[in-house]
Design a protein around this ligand. Structure first.
Ligand SMILES: [Zn+2]
Length: 386
């Protein structure tokens, strides 16, 4: 008797789990397709007509989906009098916030479940201490959530510089911020705002935003500003893992210039705003302006930067076959001082692929906050209670 009851309870729990999983699968399918009829869902998902009807009814009732009638006799209609009804993701009720914690600015974006950016806020970061930075992030998010009181914010994605343990939501280090060490950032934000929080390394978020509206392949992204970050898209998927792809602290000059990590001769000591400031003794961007007006010593530093950046890209391409390289970050505002030299160097040294087939593009408007929201959306959907 006991066994029977337990089996019955187990069975009904399994059924609930299956219902929930199927609902999430249907919702994700409609998101990918843009819109779909119930017949299309039934055919694509190996579900019965009854199951599709139940699931879509629940999704409509909770406001995750909206329904629109096709035009009679139009391209979308059957033309025979029957008007198919399309289901699409509701872009007005549920949202995810993306946050970019960056030394130059704090950015927050409100993104709907279709992946469209709706609104943006920004604030000044305070990097004097870990407490000051956390308080600034908390205040900005408090203000944003207050201003979005009519919207349902399902979760928060955070783009973070430094070394990030995305799986456990921990910001391991942030060299520019004194005292910032092993901060359980996701758990802290969850306790403050009562929503799931997903942490990501910022170059991954920039890459995610870059590939939102274009065909995906194998891409290499380098974000160069005060430091240098790297992300890879491998056959359409972003390659992630804590402490991985730390190109910044690979050594290009043994026993070379001092680096913010405490090491010597790292790529970042030559290829970053911070590195060029230390080498020239002049703050950035004043150093770049001096180079533009022809200062030979600083032009030589930019020449070295182009060389080491070219070396780094060349070496990465030996390990990972990219179809395209995207260079972004604040340093791209000064690309006139180094980008042509990088291109020339690569064209003269690439031996494992035709240089002309390798596309090098640059982006001045990287959108880490938007990408953080896009990366959080599938995780938020997985945990929806439908
Ligand atoms: Zn270093």
């Amino acid at each position: 008797m006991q066994h029977m009851r337990r089996d019955f309870v187990k069975e009904s729990i399994n059924q609930d789990v299956m219902k929930q999983l199927n609902a999430i699968k249907v919702f994700s399918y409609i998101r990918e397709q843009g819109k779909a009829t119930r017949k299309q869902i039934e055919a694509a998902m190996d579900l019965s007509w009854g199951a599709v009807s139940n699931i879509t009814a629940r999704l409509l009732e909770k406001g995750y989906l909206v329904e629109s009638k096709g035009e009679k006799g139009s391209a979308n209609g059957s033309g025979s009098g029957r008007i198919p009804s399309f289901l699409a993701v509701n872009d007005r009720q549920y949202y995810v916030l993306g946050v970019d914690i960056n030394i130059t600015r704090l950015t927050v974006e409100l993104v709907n479940l279709k992946g469209e950016s709706v609104r943006q806020w920004s604030g000044e970061p305070d990097y004097r201490s870990s407490d000051a930075l956390l308080t600034g992030v908390q205040d900005l998010l408090q203000r944003v959530i207050g201003e979005c009181s009519g919207d349902v914010i399902l979760g928060i994605g955070v783009a973070m510089q430094g070394i990030v343990d995305a799986r456990n939501g921990i910001s391991i280090s942030l060299p520019q911020c004194p005292g910032w060490q092993d901060i359980p950032l996701a758990a802290l934000l969850e306790s403050w705002f009562g929503r799931p929080v997903y942490l990501e390394h910022d170059p991954n978020c920039v890459l995610r935003a870059e590939v939102q509206d274009r065909p995906r392949g194998n891409l290499l992204l380098l974000r160069i500003d005060k430091g240098i970050g790297m992300a890879l898209l491998s056959e359409g998927r972003i390659f992630t893992g804590p402490g991985m792809l730390e190109i910044a602290h690979t050594i290009v000059v043994p026993h070379g210039a001092k680096c913010s990590c405490g090491g010597e001769g790292c790529l970042e000591a030559y290829v970053s705003e911070e590195g060029l400031s230390l080498l020239s003794g002049i703050a950035f961007p004043a150093a770049a302006e001096r180079a533009r007006s022809g200062d030979p010593a600083i032009l030589a530093l930019f020449g070295n930067m182009a060389l080491y950046l070219g070396v780094a890209i060349n070496n990465i391409l030996r390990l990972f076959k990219a179809d395209e390289i995207i260079l972004c970050g604040d340093m791209m505002r000064y690309r006139d001082l180094f980008l042509d030299q990088v291109r020339q160097w690569l064209a003269g040294n690439s031996f494992c692929r035709e240089p002309e087939t390798l596309k090098i593009s640059f982006s001045e408007n990287e959108r880490a906050a938007y990408g953080a929201a896009l990366m959080a959306i599938p995780k938020v959907i997985e945990n929806l209670n439908i």
